[in-house]
Each structure stands twice: as structure tokens, then as C-alpha cells.
Design a protein around this ligand. Structure first.
Ligand code: FES
Ligand code: FES
Length: 137
């Protein structure tokens, strides 16, 4: 069987960009996969006036595909507004990585969902989500 990962994926796996966490982040989320039990966390620093993602970091406990995707989406999302970053799909990430093995697509989706959830977390904290369920304590 051919080795499934191309050079770009391997580069992002071996030298992931934006790894770590942000203290007191403006938005954060952790997504877990029922398929493998792996997790990815995304941290955001957002400019409240422009809604631009000024900093973004991630921690992954997943496989190479998950780490490489998280790495590339942090590069893509940095400097975007939250509305732009919300539209990043796993396909965008996969294309930017030059393709991922089909068997690893959900690991990539997991990282993209982490970014979306972190943005949602930011929106909820800043009253940007309409029709929020009343929170019960
Ligand atoms: Fe768990 Fe890919 S196998 S994130
Ligand atoms: Fe874990 Fe892919 S097997 S997310």
C-alpha cells in the first residue's frame, strides 16, 4: 500500500503552525470524535470591533490528518473575520493540503468543526447569536 500522506500534509504534521493555547481566549472549543476518541481544541483571539481573528491556536490529540488540518485552517483563518472563517470547509483545508486520504476525512472534519464551535463560542459570549435558549443554571 502506498504511503497515504503527501509532503504538504507531512510538513504540517511534523511542523504544525499555531500549536498551543491562548490564555483567556475570546472563543474556544473542544471537539471529540466518537469514532476514535481523539480531540482537538481551538482558541481564538478576536478583535471586538472588526471581528477579525487576530490570533488562533490549537491543541490536537488526534492523528496526522487531524493535526495537519488544524494547522492549515489556523493559517487560513488568521486575519479573516469570523463570518469568513465560518465558511471554511474541510474541502478547503483538504485542497490547501493537496489532498487527504478518504479514510481520514472525518479527522479533518473534526478540526473544521472545532474552528466553527470556537467561533460559535465567541458569538455566544458576545451576544451575537439570535434565538439563544435561555440558560438554566
Ligand atoms: Fe483520531 Fe484521526 S484517527 S483524529
Ligand atoms: Fe478519529 Fe477520524 S478516526 S476523527
Amino acid at each position: 500500500m502506498a504511503f497515504p500522506y503527501n509532503e504538504t500534509v507531512l510538513d504540517h504534521f511534523k511542523n504544525p503552525r499555531n500549536v498551543g493555547r491562548i490564555e483567556n481566549p475570546d472563543g474556544k472549543a473542544t471537539e471529540g470524535s466518537p469514532a476514535c476518541g481523539d480531540m482537538v481544541s481551538i482558541y481564538l483571539r478576536v478583535n471586538n470591533d472588526t471581528k477579525v481573528i487576530e490570533d488562533i491556536k490549537f491543541e490536537s490529540y488526534g492523528c496526522a490528518s487531524n493535526i495537519a488540518t488544524a494547522s492549515i485552517i489556523t493559517e487560513i483563518a488568521k486575519g479573516m473575520t469570523i463570518d469568513e472563517a465560518k465558511k471554511i470547509t474541510w474541502k478547503d483545508a483538504s485542497e490547501a493540503l493537496g489532498g487527504l486520504p478518504p479514510i481520514k476525512v472525518h479527522c479533518s472534519v473534526l478540526a473544521v468543526e472545532g474552528l466553527r464551535s470556537a467561533i460559535k463560542n465567541y458569538e455566544e459570549k458576545h451576544g451575537l447569536v439570535e434565538n439563544l435558549e435561555p440558560t438554566t443554571v
